[in-house]
Design a protein around this ligand. Structure first.
Ligand code: F6R
Length: 240
């Protein structure tokens, strides 16, 4: 794991977007794994800027996303499909048919099977971008006695529901479940870029940097197993 220390969120976003942009420039058919949440917004803004400056072409880029809330319509502004369209896909020349976010309505078991099939067909991503939960979750793999290898329907922990309530009118409005990629699929990438910004992530970052074991109760610990992982953190997340 390569630790990349940044002064602030802007620098973190630039480091992350440089990695992703280089991958796209090296391979115009690049396959990207993407994440939602507030952390990667700056990264997406930088990619949009590079596109607007004529330095990036998304025409043949393909994407898969880590997760989606259960029961929220894709048109709902809180859905992760909406987030991706709003923050990136609608702002660049990507073919929306080449973008994939789990479909988390109706028959969820079918959606899980469909996403697993899609991930298998999609194959290894050139890069996977990931944020982290304050409780050490990655994608929506929450601390538990056992973690999933592949896509599954997950219960969000109270901590995650409270953390994500900042995007909703009230805590009660936050979905209690999500469909999430499992760890084997989340790590099926040549380069893993894990981002942590702000004080709320400090405890998780500190625990990760001091841990010597892999622990299902701390899913973030598993990133240490990836052969090409960048942990990009800003000063607040690093120093507290
Ligand atoms: C989002 C995801 C989550 C977030 C995490 C951090 O697709 O998989 O694991 O990365 O909850 O969210 P933010 O960035 O909002 O702090």
């Amino acid at each position: 794991m390569k630790l990349v220390l940044c002064k602030n969120y802007e620098e973190l976003s630039k480091k992350a977007s440089d990695i992703v942009a280089t991958i796209i420039r090296d391979n115009p058919n690049a396959k990207l794994g993407l994440a939602t949440g507030s952390t990667p917004i700056g990264l997406y803004q930088n990619l949009v800027k590079e596109y607007n400056d004529g330095k990036l072409d998304f025409k043949n880029v393909k994407t898969v996303n880590l997760d989606e809330y259960v029961g929220i319509d894709a048109k709902n502004t809180q859905s992760y499909r909406y987030f991706m369209d709003f923050n990136l896909f609608d702002r660049v020349n990507i073919d929306k048919n080449n973008t994939n976010v789990p479909f988390a309505q109706g028959n969820l078991e079918e959606s899980v099977k469909d996403y697993d099939k899609l991930l298998e067909d999609f194959g290894q991503r050139d890069v996977q971008v990931m944020g982290i939960g304050a409780n050490g979750h990655i994608a929506f793999n929450e601390p538990d006695t056992k973690l999933n290898m592949h896509t599954s329907i997950v219960d969000l922990t109270e901590e995650t529901i409270i953390a994500n309530s900042r995007f909703f009118d009230s805590k009660e409005d936050v979905p209690k479940k999500a469909i999430s990629m499992g760890l084997a699929d989340a790590f099926n990438c040549k380069t893993l870029v894990v981002l942590a910004s702000g004080l709320s992530k400090h405890d998780a970052v500190e625990k990760l940097l001091n841990t010597t074991k892999i622990d299902t109760q701390f899913p973030l610990s598993f990133i240490t197993l990836h052969p090409n992982c960048y942990l990009i953190v800003d000063e607040e997340a690093y120093k507290g």
